[in-house]
Design a protein around this ligand. Structure first.
Ligand code: 1PR
Length: 580
């Protein structure tokens, strides 16, 4: 059967891509056999996970040779992320594993000395001046697209890959903060690849997919076809014929801060799954008589709210299943269903948290955390967030003298899906002390306000089970251990600030940021748009999350974004919706 095919090797979330393609009115068939590849009229290769495992899967499944043949025929191909990287000669991620060698050049690790790695968030893709290749790609100058990667192909002016293949460049990091310019998309003939994820890049990204799916043939396809053939058939790959030269314009760092909408989800007393929101983690209304337990606050339906936030311009959406401390069987169907349905209409990254741990089914069958996470990825999640289990993993890490044993949820999931897919949700609570000597084993700071009894110091105690139990670990110890175990991002809540609308806990956030190099999402306490400006300016945090003010429509997302822009903070502009 001809048509559009998807080259998937089962390593992560391709559901959103498939949903976007279908939403655009196209059918897509999974490649099941090597012979399917040459049947395709159009082929999409969304690489997920590590470079080495992607290449090994291509070889193990017998896809590598038909893929090279497909490319040499100059048939329409779209590679995404690792799907793009695989066309190069190799990657420092797995130096012993060669790439397909269609494009000269190597994939390198970002320098994390002065900036957070992975490069995770929204950034623009700047078309190289003089390139005719951008026509018909659906790319828009100045629009932000969603990137998530630790490795990239550096843009080296005058290099073969820059001259012959590079379509756009992107800069990560500015002057004085380890700025690096890399190739963010390539195009030659009918081969078009992006380092960013169009299926996660809002309407701007869907437009790129649309252009590929609706397009006929690329500009300059004939001449390029000969070059591609030469490249794919030459031993060792690599093109030897020079394309016209161009003058690149200076690139600028356009990496944006992210605004995240968070949905705490649980069943209410009637058994319906609702979005709720607590004050300092208490999600029940005050009962009228003050005696009985009030109802669980119901602020809306998860799928509908997520869609609203996507359309209003949220850069990311997080679902937290807040009652996961109760044993939930692997097929926690309501949350899987929420994800499946959300990914049909929401094209920005989705995180799911709550219950990412080893679980035991009622029949006694054990499912490791990796399997639980895999289930969520297959159903539309891009990242999983680990709460309680991360605290236990960190305790074990210190008990072993500062190392992991490879079995924790953080390690196993990061190994299989990449560290960018593992977020740690931290639920710290202030413990006030009179002097650092009162908490000798913990990292103590001076909070902005004195404690209830005039205490000048505090430490942040980590909690588990939704804040129900405090552990003998401070937040710094936790985040340092989690980063070492392979986590890619920290979602930093504060039990004291949660729902209070008094602003983020800046001292906590600064302290955590100073301890680690992975990105931090500030959470808890946003009460107005200026609180976002404050947290970005004073802590340099990469993302800020809010829940209550969005659910109750007290502060529109649009106001948050426009206030940040006015303050000179780089923010992704809200997309004009596409009719899809
Ligand atoms: O321990 O891995 O099963 O994960 C449980 C997850 O559920 C954790 O991520 C934990 O933070 C979350 N959780 C558990 N109980 C509650 C609760 O509220 N009773 N929610 C809870 C935490 C905190 C935030 C909130 C911000 C912003 N919610 O994410 O959205 O504080 O709120 P605001 O803007 O209204 O101030 P595991």
């Amino acid at each position: 059967m001809t048509g559009t095919y998807l080259l998937d090797y089962g390593a992560g979330n391709v559901r959103s891509l498939v949903n976007a393609v279908k939403k655009l009115g196209h059918d897509i068939t999974y490649v099941k056999d090597p012979s399917d590849i040459l049947k395709a009229d159009k082929l999409i290769f969304p690489g997920v996970g590590a470079f080495g495992s992607a290449m090994q899967s291509l070889h193990a499944k017998g896809y590598a040779e038909p893929l090279k043949q497909y490319l040499s025929l100059n048939k329409p191909f779209m590679g995404i992320c690792v799907g793009m990287q695989s066309l190069f000669e190799g990657s420092d991620e797995n130096p012993d594993v060669p790439g397909l060698g269609v494009i000269p050049g190597r994939v390198r690790l970002f320098d994390s000395t002065l900036k957070a790695v992975p490069h995770m968030g929204w950034n623009t893709a700047r078309t190289i001046q003089g390139a005719e290749r951008a026509k018909g790609c659906g790319l828009e100058e100045g629009r932000a697209y969603y990137f998530v990667h630790s490795f990239a192909v550096p843009f080296v002016e005058g290099s073969q890959e820059a001259k012959e293949w590079c379509l756009t460049t992107t800069q990560y990091g500015g002057e004085g903060s380890g700025g690096e310019v890399f190739i963010s998309s390539v195009r030659r003939g009918n081969i078009f690849c992006t380092q960013f994820h169009p299926e996660k890049s809002g309407f701007a990204g869907v437009n790129v997919l649309k252009a590929f799916l609706d397009g006929d043939a690329a500009v300059g396809a004939e001449g390029d076809a000969a070059l591609i053939q030469a490249a794919t058939l030459a031993p060792g790959g690599g093109l030897s014929v020079l394309a016209p030269t161009f003058v690149p314009e200076p690139t600028q760092d356009q990496f944006t801060k992210r605004i995240v909408a968070c949905l705490d989800v649980r069943a209410n007393d009637q058994g319906d799954l609702v979005v709720t929101k607590g004050d300092q983690y208490d999600v029940r209304e005050q009962s009228t008589d003050g005696q009985e337990q009030g109802d669980v606050r119901n602020l809306g339906k998860p799928v509908e709210l997520a869609r609203r936030y996507f359309e209003e311009g949220a850069d990311e959406i997080t679902f937290l299943n807040i009652t996961s401390f109760r044993n939930c069987p692997l097929l926690d169907l309501p949350m899987l269903e929420v994800l499946r349905r959300t990914s049909e209409t929401v094209f920005v990254p989705l995180t799911i948290g709550g219950g990412i741990k080893d679980v035991v089914d009622p029949d006694g069958k054990l499912h490791p955390a990796l399997e639980v996470a895999g289930e969520y990825f297959r159903n539309g999640a891009d990242k999983v967030s680990i709460g309680s289990d991360a605290v236990y993993a960190a305790e074990k890490y210190y008990a072993l003298g500062g190392r992991g044993d490879g079995t924790s949820a953080i390690e196993t999931i990061a190994h299989a899906y990449g560290s960018q897919a593992v977020v740690i949700s931290v639920d710290p609570k202030k413990v006030y002390v009179n002097s650092p000597a009162d908490a000798p084993t913990h990292h103590v700071i001076q909070p902005a306000q004195l404690g209830p009894n005039g205490e000048k110091y505090c430490w942040y105690q980590c909690t588990v089970s939704g804040g129900r139990e405090g552990r003998d670990m401070d937040v710094r110890q936790l985040v340092v251990a989690c980063q070492a175990l392979g986590a890619g991002e920290i979602l930093l809540n504060s039990m004291d600030q949660d729902g209070m609308k008094q602003g983020y806990d800046l001292a906590l956030i600064q302290d955590v940021r100073a301890a680690i190099s992975i990105p931090v999402i500030a959470s808890s306490g946003a009460g107005c748009a200026d609180h976002f400006v404050e947290v970005f300016e004073k802590t340099g945090v990469q993302a800020a999350l809010a829940a209550g003010i969005f659910h109750r429509r007290e502060v529109p997302l649009e106001d948050v974004k426009s206030t940040c822009v006015k303050a000179g903070i780089r923010i992704r502009t809200i997309d004009a919706p596409l009719a899809i």
